[in-house]
Ligand binder design. Structure first.
Ligand SMILES: *Cc1c(COP(=O)(O)O)cnc(C)c1O
Length: 402
């Protein structure tokens, strides 16, 4: 393998994000391929027994087993770290594998975590159901209530865990405020940055410690593979996360890593175009439905903060109707172009009813405290011409009498 300029941090750090997304982290094999090679291998063969021993002893560079290292996966990890402005990154098999790894690698029985009430359903399940089974207590708060963060801190609080914008309520929280407070108390912040990605929002610039991703969403961007990533300092990744990951094995497959590498090449293009499209669709919906939740609409409660923290509003918006589940399901069933699907970040426009899909599992009480009503629908706006998406929503709303 030969180094390209893409492997030299002193060079790649100077590149602008669109260049980093196309070339960052690239190694080239003896074949001189332009597109990153896919190393679909679990093991590696050695020239002699002494080489094996030296590699396992950490005295020689080189790969030993794909749960520990894989060239295609490493290219992706270097590229994501670079885009995020992080010292290091490790990837996992899904966003939830990334969240679980980011939390379990650093928490022990007796520790305490403070998390946002409004979150992806499975993220809430980790805090409410999984961590307590291992003696890790959790307090969930309204993340927008800045005083609530400080009030929830206990001597044993180790982690603050939240997302912004949040899924599917689109809550935008003050990342800088929360990270500054955490630093003051020696608490590690773990931020789920799936909705914005580094292209729109870099939490590390606001003092975040650990960024965890569902790379399934905007990073792949075309609805093909599941993937996750965790970014942090070299110390955190090497000394805290890696011992956990290497021994428990939530690793990303080389094939999926390769697909996400290809996805990242167009991340910048896609997310800005999808944000532009989403804003147009949100503006249309504001004329037709009672409530539209989109960070870049002036009607959003945290519009000023979103403008300060994010470069654009992202591809996702939520709406609230006046009717209940029947009306929301009716709108889904009336769609002709937009698919009924609970995925997001895809280049296709997709709509779902969170209460009966992504947030079914957390139960009605948790949904109520999160603000996920039976009247809520979430829309991922894709790369289609936004007027076609608007026309489809228009006919569907008309069909159900709105
Ligand atoms: C989808 C999602 C996850 C989970 O990611 P998977 O790749 O589906 O495991 C976590 N957090 C947020 C905000 C998400 O949207």
């Amino acid at each position: 393998m030969k180094r390209t300029a893409g492997q030299d941090r002193s060079i790649t750090r100077q590149w602008r994000p669109a260049t980093q997304a196309v070339r960052g982290g690239t190694w080239r094999s003896e074949m001189g391929e332009t597109s990153e090679a896919l190393f679909l291998t679990s093991g590696y063969a050695y020239d002699d027994a002494a080489t094996v021993a030296a590699r396992f002893a950490g005295e020689a560079e080189g790969m030993t087993y794909s749960r520990l290292q894989n060239p295609t996966v490493q290219m992706l990890e270097e590229r994501i770290a670079l885009l995020e402005g992080a010292q290091a990154c490790r990837t996992q098999a899904s966003g939830m594998a990334a969240m679980t790894t980011a939390l379990l690698c650093q928490l022990s029985a007796g520790d305490h975590i403070v998390a946002a009430k409004a979150a992806f359903g499975s993220c809430r399940w980790l805090v409410d159901n999984l961590l307590p089974r291992f003696g890790i207590a959790g307090t969930t708060i309204h993340a927008g209530d800045t005083a609530a963060w400080e009030a929830a801190i206990r001597p044993e609080t180790k982690v603050f865990f939240f997302e912004s914008p949040a899924n599917p309520t689109m809550d935008v929280v003050d990342i800088e405020f929360i990270c500054t407070l955490a630093r003051k108390h020696g608490i590690t912040t773990v931020i789920d940055n799936a909705f914005a990605t580094s292209a729109l929002q870099k939490p590390m610039e606001f003092g975040a410690d650990v960024i965890a991703y569902s790379a399934t969403k905007m990073m792949d961007g075309q609805g093909r593979v599941l993937a996750g990533a965790v970014c942090g300092t070299s110390e955190f990744i090497d000394e805290t996360l890696l011992p956990f990951q290497r021994n428990t094995g939530p690793n990303l497959s080389p094939f999926n890593a390769w697909v996400v590498l290809k996805g990242l090449e167009t991340l910048d293009l896609r997310i800005f175009r999808q944000s532009e499209n989403a804003l147009k669709v949100a503006e249309f919906l504001e004329t037709r439905v009672p409530r539209v939740l989109y960070p870049y609409l002036p009607s959003h409660p945290a519009y000023a903060l979103a403008k300060k923290q994010m470069k654009a509003g992202g591809s996702i918006l939520s709406i609230e109707l006046d009717g209940g589940r029947a009306e929301a399901h009716g709108l889904l069933d009336a769609l002709e172009l937009v698919d009924i699907s609970n995925n997001i970040g895809d280049s296709r426009s997709l709509m779902c009813h969170p209460a009966s899909s992504t947030h079914h599992g957390v139960g009605p009480d948790t949904r109520a405290e999160m603000g996920v009503g039976e009247n809520m629908l979430r829309l991922n706006v894709g790369l289609e011409d936004p007027q076609d998406v608007i026309d489809d929503l228009d006919q569907a709303l008309t069909k159900i009498g709105l």
